[in-house]
Design a protein around this ligand. Sequence first.
Ligand code: 5GP
Ligand code: MG
Length: 219
Amino acid sequence: MVGERDEQCAGPSGLTLIVTAQLKIKNSKSKTAVPSRWRKEVQSVLITEAQIARRIKTLAREIERDFHGREMVVVALLNGTVVFLADLIRQLNLPLRLDFIGVSSYGLGTESDHLVFTKELRLDVRGRDVLLVDDILDTGKTMSCVIARLKLLKPRRIKTCVLLDKPARRVEKITADYSGFEIPDLFVVGYGLDYAERYRNLPFVGVLQPHVYHPPAAK
Ligand code: 5GP
Ligand code: MG
């Protein structure tokens, strides 16, 4: 289900760089059983709690390396990042400040509509190194829009970090600097991600049963 590769390649100065390849989740036919508590609504586990925990540790090491000695401001997008963010920042051995931007792109369905900003940033990021965290990079519209808005505040640089990446759906020309898992074109829930504001508390990333989206018509 998950393949991890550490590739070595020569940098421009002949130094050896270690590149941790993004983990690719190839399909949703996970062998991990759905916990009985969720079986009625969740069809399959795409990424387990243990896989997420392992991956976050590697991501944190990459981020530490790049932000070493800098004044870091972590800017997280509400609400989908809360679980990922809580685990990620506790793995970061760096001084950091934390703030949130509230942005909502989904109503009750699974398709993106227009973006609504529900909370503005309060910390001053001028001249700072920003780590912008989101749950998932899908079409890329949210990230692109938030980056454009953040740039107006004149940070020194903005690096982006997402737990999940769905490149098949990309509309905007954007890639994340740090990305946990590349997933196929599936609508996923759990570990902070919702469907109609539910399922954020699943400890894993999973795929819902079709009947959750299309409940049988009332008789
Ligand atoms: P984008 O603007 O890149 O299309 O979408 C980003 C936002 O859409 C994410 O922050 C997330 O809230 C939502 N989103 C995109 N794909 C999924 C998905 O598979 N599951 C859930 N729950 N939300 C998603
Ligand atoms: Mg979101």
